[in-house]
Write a protein that binds this ligand. Structure first.
Ligand code: SF4
Ligand code: SF4
Length: 508
């Protein structure tokens, strides 16, 4: 474990942190190189006429996205959002207050797109776009995980995540993109997943898993790949294929399909649920990445599309796949129409793996023995993109209830964290929104503070020793930052890891 970064001390009473102006100034992720930028159709490096192109792009977006224009105009600086961001709470840097983050771009909007800002800039807090301002954008819009917590508290519903996405899209358009996200998107286009895991390696991994599970259970549980005519296509984050603890959830999905007798397949071409197009705020990339799913679904002739444990992937699937790809309804190009006639509409399209599993539990198609998890005292972390960017089931709040219902069916000991930090008020793990890079380790550790405090509380009061998640980013982030807060990384796991431990397996 790296020791140079020190986690902030737990606070006894959550209070507005002491301001530390400039605490995170200059902290920024590596800039994407020319190859990475150009592979996505962006300029290779900062263009000479970046000033004019930035203003032009802003103008284009203000015309195209009404929400962006409203967010630029509507803020009354009431301050309700200011202490709601985990990065502000953890760093004390006032520019990490959501309202201040928005103002980095709002001040430029005022200068170039409003009359008072053109004529009386100082009076209305308008400022010129300079190279320093552009660098400040790059730094602080990469200190926002697009978690949307602040928007829950804003009386006008201003969504800082959308502002951050717009800012990142503008930065990419002038050749000032981020290495981590853009490199990953390039890998998805070239190889099929964020990790750059090629098809043969995936085949090997899945075969190895079949052997391990057979050794463990004595039963032939399959991990099928590219099977034409399977009923379900499972789209899951590539971390599920090899990283701990993610892989334990993949084993859980396979056991659920096996026990329920559902034929299913993974895809080597769409071997990634994640869609970093949303993180960089670029709808072209968002769509291009999502279209792989449709292509594979058509090719394999599947009837259902199910998404594994991944927060932002579920948000994209739930909120965008319909109009982007025709999974669900919405798009009306010939391929989307073909897919609509192929999919089985007795089921939700797409469906979250938790919805599938909970339905099977409720209908008693699968049976769980909760005693199998008796060594675990469990709490659940609501992932931002599931909590505030999507839903589950057919009723409001299903995204909160369904994963908890599964945990309670799979285990006997469950305790929720404090109300102020769960459900729609959940705190980000600190690594979402494209910030899960070691370049930003200090931010990730400090931004995890509010979640770690809530966890610490249930550890102290109930002896919690298992932090269940349904997001690949949360799992990775927690396994990395828990040791900074004095906890063992092994306490992180997936909801389907608990299912895997508890499920009764037959020979179906
Ligand atoms: S969206 Fe999340 S990370 Fe971004 S400013 Fe709001 S609370 Fe902070
Ligand atoms: S809560 Fe909304 S209106 Fe109030 S300062 Fe924050 S963004 Fe502005």
């Amino acid at each position: 474990m790296a020791t140079e970064i020190t986690a902030p001390a737990y606070r006894v009473i959550p209070i507005i942190p002491a301001l530390k102006p400039g605490a995170m100034e200059g902290l920024k992720p590596f800039v994407a190189n020319e190859k990475m930028q150009e592979a996505l159709g962006f300029p290779g490096k900062l263009v000479d006429d970046w000033h004019d192109r930035t203003i032009a792009k802003m103008g284009e977006m203000l015309g195209k996205y009404r929400s962006f224009k409203v967010f630029m105009d509507a803020c009354v600086h009431c301050g309700a959002c200011s202490d709601k961001c985990h990065y502000f709470i953890g760093t004390g840097d006032p520019k990490n207050m959501p309202v201040a983050r928005q103002d980095l771009i709002r001040s430029v909007y005022r200068r170039y797109f409003t009359l008072p800002g053109k004529f009386f800039p100082k009076l209305v807090g308008a400022r010129d776009l300079t190279r320093e301002v552009l660098d400040e954008w790059y730094s602080y819009f990469h200190q926002c995980s697009e978690c949307r917590r602040c928007s829950v508290f804003c009386p006008y519903g201003i969504d800082t995540a959308e502002v951050t996405m717009a800012a990142r899209d503008i930065l990419d358009s002038v050749g000032y993109g981020m290495k981590y996200s853009n490199e990953i998107i390039g890998k998805v286009h070239k190889i099929g997943n964020n990790l750059g895991l090629p098809g043969p390696a995936l085949t090997d991994t899945l075969e190895g898993l079949e052997e391990d599970v057979k050794e463990d259970t004595g039963i032939d549980i399959r991990f099928p790949l590219d099977v034409k005519g399977a009923e379900v296509l499972l789209i899951t984050p590539s971390a599920d294929f090899f990283a701990e603890p993610h892989i334990d959830s993949l084993v859980g999905y396979a056991k659920v399909f096996h026990a329920a007798g559902i034929s299913w397949t993974l895809s080597s071409m769409a071997s990634e649920a994640g869609n970093f197009g949303i993180f960089i705020g670029n709808y072209e990339q968002l769509r291009k990445i999502a279209l792989r799913i449709r292509e594979v679904a058509l090719e394999l002739g599947v009837k259902r599309i199910v998404v594994g444990e991944c927060g932002h992937a579920w948000r994209v699937a739930y909120s965008f796949w319909n109009t982007l790809t025709g999974v669900g309804a919405g798009a009306n190009d010939p391929f989307a129409i073909e897919l609509q006639s192929q999919l089985d509409h007795r089921y939700k399209q797409p469906m979250h793996i938790c919805e599938l599993t909970w339905d099977l539990i409720e209908r008693k198609v699968i049976t769980l023995d909760p005693e199998a998890n008796d060594k675990h005292i469990i709490t659940f972390h609501d992932s931002c993109n599931v909590a505030r960017g999507s839903g589950m089931g057919d009723y409001p709040g299903g995204q909160f209830e369904i994963p908890r219902n599964i945990i309670k069916a799979a285990a006997n000991k469950f305790y929720d964290m404090s109300d102020a930090t769960t459900l729609e008020k959940t705190f980000c793990c600190g690594g979402g929104g494209g910030l899960l890079t070691d370049d930003l380790m200090e931010l990730r550790v400090k931004g995890a503070l509010p979640r770690m405090e809530a966890l610490h509380e249930v550890v102290e009061t109930h002896g919690v020793n298992f932090l269940a998640c349904i997001c690949a980013i949360c799992k990775t982030q927690f396994t990395k930052v828990l040791p900074y807060y004095g906890y063992n990384r092994n306490m992180v796991g997936g909801v389907h890891q608990l299912v895997s431990n508890a499920i009764r397996l037959g020979d179906k």
